[in-house]
Design a protein around this ligand. Sequence first.
Ligand code: SAH
Ligand code: SF4
Ligand code: F3S
Length: 450
Amino acid sequence: MIYRKALLYEAPFFCTFAAMKKLYIETYGCQMNFADSEVVAAILKDQYTLTDDVHDADLILINTCSIRDKAEQRIHKRLRELEALKKKHRALQVGLLGCMAERMKEELFETEPILNFIAGPDAYRKLPELIAQSAAGETQFNVLLSEEETYDNIMPVRYDLNGVSAFVSIMRGCNNFCTYCVVPYTRGRERSRSPQTILHEVEQLLNDGYKEVTLLGQNVNSYQWEDKTFAKLMAAVAEMSPDLRVRFATSHPKDISDELLETIARYDNICKYIHLPVQSGSNEVLKRMNRVYTREYYLERVRKIKDLMPDCAISTDIIAGFCGETEEDHQQTLSIMREVGYEYAYMFKYSERSGTMSAKRFKDDIPDEVKTRRLEEIIALQGELSLISNKRDIGKTFRVLIEGVSKRSVDQLYGRNSQNKVIIFPKGDHKIGEYIEVTVNDCTAATLFA
Ligand code: SAH
Ligand code: SF4
Ligand code: F3S
């Protein structure tokens, strides 16, 4: 399957390079973590070069995710696997970064003796010290959260070697406290990065030949710097070059303002794709989740999107089996999915996270087999909706930014259209990084063919 650039929950990503002391980074979780690993590579670039061979590394960094129990179990399993390497290579250092470091703190050293140090998401500038001190023998940790840190003056080391598309982190943290979610605890409070440093980073990317940027934040549309809203920032980025595509993730429905939608509609180079997680179609469940909107409000926003941009694709995140979810609530989730007709969805079973409001206030009372069945129904419905949406595209012509060679055949390339759909087409004499107009002639639920 072609890796979807926009979101990579729980998908590991391996990075590469070579020489002097060698660093291997493995990244789990969301794109924010992916972008952070690029910041970490930049902070350590004077001491380490990157390797894609874990056996070759002097330092292994695992950038972790805590969003669901499964994500954490996967990391514990990975650390088990790495123990053998450490036995062979005594000087090897292993550090754990990211959300698990923040959630579990020094408690992690008890269960994971392989670790030399741990660093939370706001402590990466301290990595050189943590590495040096832990090399001297004692385990080290820094999990302090900051109200200001945005790593704004650090130019990330990109390891997306196709050089076409880059993530630019524009805000960090979350103030929303959805009751099920660990992110406000692992990432701390919301803070935005100055527009000057964002525009400077985009300019560098343009100079390096990049053709697409994805502006990133846990709640990207609550970006605010003095009087600069997210809509104004995005307009400024879009105006830098008509050949630069602008994407963004993730939007909270509460902040999807008319100003923002009008800005997306106004600029051809702002992609017509909005990831707008709904989580549930039931007002009762939304209330217990503290999502602060209703089904009716959400549908009104979707109508506004479609009125302004009939060709805009919308995707979502859905949680199946949240505390107290009745069969009727579940039916409402299925019905809102049909009503919106999502192009794509990321779908999960509710996983209780200790310390969150839902863990304290509500009972995780939906049996696992019921969660599984509901999730399966949601996945099956989304399969139908994606196929319907893709079939509608047959015969249409799209502008595609070419991102790579298709895994199916070296004679085929792939790219995405504005709507974030992956399109595969014959190579001809086209090159990665070019724009091309293609007409869709076939599809599956996941891919368009042209
Ligand atoms: N900030 C983003 C999403 C961050 S987490 C937003 O609010 O949209 C990505 C997704 O993981 C969430 O949208 C939610 O669907 C899911 N998620 C978060 N906590 C979860 C939990 N405890 N159990 C299951 N899924 C969860
Ligand atoms: Fe988590 Fe909600 Fe914040 Fe998203 S908005 S990161 S789901 S608390
Ligand atoms: Fe996971 Fe942390 Fe992202 S919990 S989803 S890596 S913000």
